[in-house]
Design a protein around this ligand. Structure first.
Ligand SMILES: [Zn+2]
Length: 458
């Protein structure tokens, strides 16, 4: 089986989560996740002969690839990894559900067309999982032994919460006293045409991650017949609250990671854009007004609030007992779950609207400050691998605005990188969680080559 065939085999296993099923315990869903775990040793046998494998549950499988050992006297081999902490590469094998009728191909057919392979998970993220295993498998076949232990953890519920997979694996590792020098997970790509005026692609390596908080806003009223509506209606109270939130965005803030990013970006462009980027802090409001027009930029510069769900009556002629809205916040430091809730309550300033946390909330994950300066654990190895596979492409520290499984490992590591070793133009990301998700064979091979270069340096 060649690499492309293995990757296509991975796509064909339906690890999607049907939206209407419980987070855990669905036998069919778990059977597919287990099928995926069972596929790995068949596809990458050399790696599996060398690495220790720990199947923790259908949602998590971990591997330890032992580092170099040296004989001491007549005692058996002793690991020499004591002062060189292991490294963790992590990925997820679950994928989001599909609207199959909106695809032009079978979402689980792994069809090849015009140099692309189509399928759910093609860029999020069976490509990375396959790339790292292919790289490790080949290195094992060539007799390569890493200088330290390398761990791999693959999770099966990242697209939900990661609590059944990555969280469980992190707890299991912590209980075994395993600590990591650094962790590499999915993240931001090698972006082409990131902003106008910047011609070269940029390797965006996310070194911090925004927090996640969904809030439920509820306004109550007496239920009844819609022919006799109350003078003040719950929907109107809720609408006023949402309007106040909309007109009072969280303040702009230039965190050190963003400041470093814009400064480095400035050296890649010229004219007015370069001036604005270079003097972001001193220009303050001018800078924010200019760059925050683009949602992807604004997301780097403040805590965002997305109004995602509204609920009211189930019938035209029924007054509901309550009107509800779900708003989803992405927390930029120093905002925390507590301070963000307080701010939302203060903005609404109406005790008829109850504010409660909806679902799982996670605090922002701070960067290792050294990483912002392109130093610190793992940065040199990562940059060297980028340099080989993407020659001339600069590495820029970045902020992950979405959440990743890597946050579950933050207490057992000195730093986290979130990076997709794929060249991506703006339109290429449309398939991620969308229709006709695809990866080019060229990108798939780059992905494998990146992990190979990285692993060879460890
Ligand atoms: Zn993903």
């Amino acid at each position: 089986m060649d690499f492309i065939q293995k990757f296509r085999g991975a796509i064909k296993i339906r690890t999607d989560w049907p939206a209407d099923q419980a987070a855990a315990g669905d036998p069919q869903g778990e059977a597919e996740l287990t099928a995926f775990q069972d596929f790995l040793p068949r596809a990458w046998p050399a790696f599996h002969r060398t690495a220790e494998r720990f199947v923790l549950c259908p949602y998590a499988v971990a591997y330890r690839w032992p580092g170099r050992t040296a004989p001491t006297g007549d005692s058996p081999v002793v690991p020499i990894v004591g002062d060189t902490l292991p490294v963790l590469l992590t990925a997820h094998y679950d994928v989001v559900p599909v609207e199959a009728d909106k695809w032009t191909v079978d979402p689980f057919g792994a069809e090849m067309r015009d140099g692309f392979i189509y399928g759910r998970g093609a860029i999020d993220m069976k490509n990375m999982l396959a790339g790292m295993l292919e790289a490790a498998d080949r290195l094992v076949s060539e007799g390569f032994v890493p200088g330290r232990d390398i761990w791999f953890v693959f999770g099966g519920d990242e697209e939900r919460t990661g609590l059944l997979g990555a969280r469980r694996a992190a707890d299991w590792l912590a209980a075994r006293d395993v600590r990591f020098a650094w962790v590499l997970d999915e993240g931001t790509p090698v972006a082409e045409r990131y902003i106008s005026g910047v011609e070269c692609p940029l390797a965006l390596v996310s070194i911090e991650e925004k927090g996640f908080l969904s809030l439920c806003l509820t306004a109550h009223q007496e239920p009844g017949h819609s022919s006799r509506p109350p003078r003040v209606q719950a929907a109107a109270i809720l609408a006023r609250a949402l309007t106040r939130i909309d007109t009072h965005p969280f303040p702009w803030r230039l965190v050190p990671t963003a400041e470093g990013f814009f400064r480095r970006l400035s050296s890649r462009c010229s004219g007015g854009t370069a001036f604005l980027l270079r003097h972001a802090r001193t220009l303050g409001p001018v800078f924010f007004r200019f760059f925050a027009r683009k949602p992807s930029m604004a997301a780097l510069l403040h805590t965002t609030v997305a109004m995602t769900r509204l609920f009211g009556s189930s019938a035209d002629n029924v007054m509901p007992s309550e009107a509800r809205a779900i708003i989803n916040l992405r927390l930029l430091q120093p905002w925390t779950i507590d301070t963000a809730i307080k701010r939302i309550q203060n903005i609404i300033h109406d005790n008829r609207v109850a504010v409660s946390i909806h679902g799982m909330a996670t605090e922002a994950v701070p960067a290792n400050p050294e990483h912002a300066h392109l130093t610190g654990p793992g940065m040199a190895e990562l940059m060297a691998a980028v340099n080989v596979v993407f020659p001339g492409v600069p590495v820029l520290p970045f902020i992950m605005t979405a959440t990743t499984d890597s946050r579950h490992f933050q207490d057992i590591t000195g730093g986290i990188f979130r990076f997709n070793p794929l060249r991506m133009a703006p339109g290429d990301l449309a398939g991620m969680h969308g229709h006709d998700e695809r990866v080019s064979v060229e990108n798939l091979e780059r992905c494998r080559d990146f992990y190979r270069e990285l692993l060879r340096k460890l």
